[in-house]
Structures are given as C-alpha cells and as structure tokens.
Design a protein around this ligand. Structure first.
Ligand code: SF4
Length: 240
C-alpha cells in the first residue's frame, strides 16, 4: 500500500532534492526549462528530435556515437537529411541497431519537417496538431512523439514511459495500463510546467538505471527507497 502522503508532486519534490546532482552522470542536464540541453546536453532541438528517434530500443551511448557521425557528415539537420540518400544516413547510424528502419524514419520525419516549412514551422504549432502528424509517421510511437514534443519542442506533454509505470507501481500507485491513460493520469497530478515535466521524466529514467531494474530492484541503492512500498515490503520479508 502506498504511503498516503506520497503524491506525484511529492515525488517530484523528492526528485528535485535528491536527484538533481545525479542526473548529469546519465546525460540528463537540468537547466533552464526551455533549453534543449536537458536531453543529452544537446544545444540544437533538431538534434534532440533526431536522437529521440535513434534511441528507440538502444542505449544512449550508441546514440552518441551515431550523432557524432551525423555531425561529422553534416547530416545533423532535417534539411540535410531530406537531401541525403538513405545509405549515407544508414552508414552514420550503424551503432544504434535497426539502422535501416531508423534511417527511413528519419527521412520521413525530415520530409514532414521540410514540407511544413522547416523545424520552427513544424514544431511551433498546436500540440495536438504536431502530435497527430508525428504519430502518423511510420515507426514513431507515443513515447517518441511525446519526447520530441517535450524536449525538442517545449510542448507541455508527458512521455509516459513504461519505465515510469514500473517505478510508480512499485511505490504503490495504482496506475492505468494504457499509454494514453497513464499520460493523462500523470499530467493531471503533476505541476503544469516544463521544468517539472522534464525533471520527473529524467529522474524516473535514471532511477530505473541505478536501482529499479525490471527483474531485481536494488532498493538499498535507491535514492527514493524510504518512500517506496516495495522496498518496505522486501525489507520486512527479508528479500535481498
Ligand atoms: S526502492 Fe526499490 S522498488 Fe522502490 S523504486 Fe527504488 S529500486 Fe524500485
């Protein structure tokens, strides 16, 4: 059973007081709420969007190698990707796996961006409109679309990752199962500002890396264990 004091915003306060210093080691960079740097320290929102596509089902370290190659080949903008052939993109992003599929996704996204008149015209529209367009593109799912909207476009929408679900369930929250229902649940509880959305997402992902792994959570190393129902249960039951 969840600690009755624990709400999404209470958890956000815990994240803010305990995780801000840890996030940069995992390439999340809390800073000005509108800055693209939150996402891997990248300064260009187009690179944030490109890497959000690349990071699907792979590690961030592999993505870093891919975007260094894209930069070196001057393929780190949608205008350049639109003009490029698929094999050049594929060559740069080999490290991320499924590079054929991902290079096609990047081309499709680049086509949509250029059709709209460039990145700013594409992203600076009504959230629902951009989101619908992103979700229509081949291979861009909800979490990728919402990550692009939040971190590359500063739209107030929460990427409701299954990793966030894992933590909330272990803390004792009853969370909806579907992506959209979970997103709406978090958005209804979380302070409505970009800083809070970005911090909550980044902190949740970092906790799953340092401690809250899928099979064997390491509650003794977890920075939020004192607030966690599962941790209390495991201790009371002598589960290592
Ligand atoms: S205390 Fe354990 S179960 Fe709870 S969030 Fe941390 S690692 Fe996960």
């Amino acid at each position: 059973m969840r600690n009755p004091e624990l709400s999404i915003n209470y958890l956000l306060n815990i994240y803010q007081s305990r995780l801000m210093g840890l996030l940069p080691s995992f390439d999340w960079h809390p800073c000005d709420a509108h800055s693209p740097k939150w996402w891997g320290g990248l300064e260009d929102p187009e690179e944030v969007a490109i890497t959000a596509v690349l990071v699907q089902q792979t590690r961030w370290e592999n993505v870093k190698e891919a975007y260094k190659n894209l930069r070196a080949a001057r393929l780190n903008s949608f205008a350049a990707i639109k003009e490029s052939d698929l094999s050049s993109i594929r060559k740069c992003i080999r490290s991320v796996g499924m590079h054929s599929e991902k290079s096609k996704k990047l081309k499709e996204l680049a086509d949509a961006v250029i059709r709209a008149g460039g990145w700013r015209h594409f992203i600076n529209r009504d959230t629902k409109e951009v989101r619908t367009e992103l979700l229509r593109l081949n291979g861009i799912g909800y979490e990728t679309a919402d990550s692009i909207l939040l971190f590359a476009g500063n739209h107030l929408i929460f990427p409701a990752s299954r990793l966030v679900t894992r933590i909330l369930e272990r803390l004792g929250f009853k969370v909806p199962k579907s992506y959209e229902a979970l997103r709406k649940f978090i958005e209804s509880e979380l302070s409505k500002d970009l800083f809070s959305y970005k911090l909550f997402y980044a902190s949740s992902l970092v906790i799953t890396k340092v401690a809250c792994r899928s099979l064997k959570p390491d509650c003794l190393r977890c920075p939020i264990s004192d607030a966690c129902y599962t941790s209390a249960y495991r201790q009371a039951s002598n589960i290592p």
